[in-house]
Design a protein around this ligand. Structure first.
Ligand SMILES: Cc1cc2nc3c(=O)[nH]c(=O)nc-3n(C[C@H](O)[C@H](O)[C@H](O)COP(=O)(O)O)c2cc1C
Length: 206
């Protein structure tokens, strides 16, 4: 697969995980790709927690279900009905989870490139996540990002020290297939937006 094939094949996976093992060498390549991401001030502010323990994942999954209910309670009518049909995680079905964290103190206090934009550190972590996601896709694996959680819960569950933020809980593993169309489109939650609507020339245009 060339880079464009990987970019367009990548999918957020929930229902298609098989639970089969992830080969150690593939996991090493995926994490190495994540660790090669661009990052502000060369701080590499990320860490990767590999969560294989079934009980830890079950506890996280119970929390996700509660947060799903919290969100569902904000919906009514057709939106509530649509959301009820949508699967929002594959925590238990996937092979392992990778939790990606952000340490704002790393490389500080003088982080080159972050003095005016504090979020530049978080952007760096997201680039590592994207590298991980694309590398996993190139390996024929699936990734699903789960954000139905409260940060203090995940920090407590995984023993993450104060000051370090969990940014993403990623489910990872072999899949039966990757869908051609995002789940949220397939389930009628939200249609895509054409590229032409996102491109502006010289100034913001309505
Ligand atoms: C920051 C972030 C958080 C997300 N959280 C969730 C989530 O909690 N559950 C879920 O099912 N998908 C989640 N997604 C996946 C998006 O729904 C998905 O990327 C989007 O619908 C487009 O589909 P695609 O990734 O398959 O192209 C998240 C994606 C991002 C970038």
């Amino acid at each position: 697969m060339n880079l464009y094939d990987v970019i367009h094949r990548r999918r957020d996976v929930r229902a298609e995980f098989t639970g089969a093992p992830v080969p150690d060498d593939a996991l090493a390549r995926i994490l190495t790709a994540a660790h090669a991401a661009p990052n502000v001030g060369h701080t590499q502010p990320w860490d990767f927690i590999l969560v294989r323990d079934p009980e830890t994942r079950r506890r996280f999954h119970r929390h996700v279900r509660e947060e799903r209910d919290t969100f569902a309670a904000t919906l009514d009518g057709p939106a509530a009905e649509r959301f009820a049909r949508i699967k929002i995680d594959g925590v238990l079905e996937s092979t392992l989870s990778v939790v990606v964290t952000y340490d704002a103190a790393r490389g500080g206090p003088a982080v080159l490139g972050r003095h005016a934009i504090a979020d530049a550190g978080l952007y760096s972590v997201c680039l590592a996540i994207q590298n991980l996601w694309l590398a996993a896709t190139a390996e024929g694996l699936g990734v699903g990002w789960v954000s139905f959680y409260r940060e203090p819960f995940v920090a407590g569950l995984l023993g993450i020290p104060a000051g370090i933020r969990p940014v993403a809980w990623l489910c990872l593993g072999p899949v039966s297939h990757l869908e051609g169309v995002p789940d949220l489109v397939r389930y009628g939650w939200r249609a895509g937006r054409p590229l032409a609507a996102a491109v502006h020339v010289d100034r913001w245009s309505a």
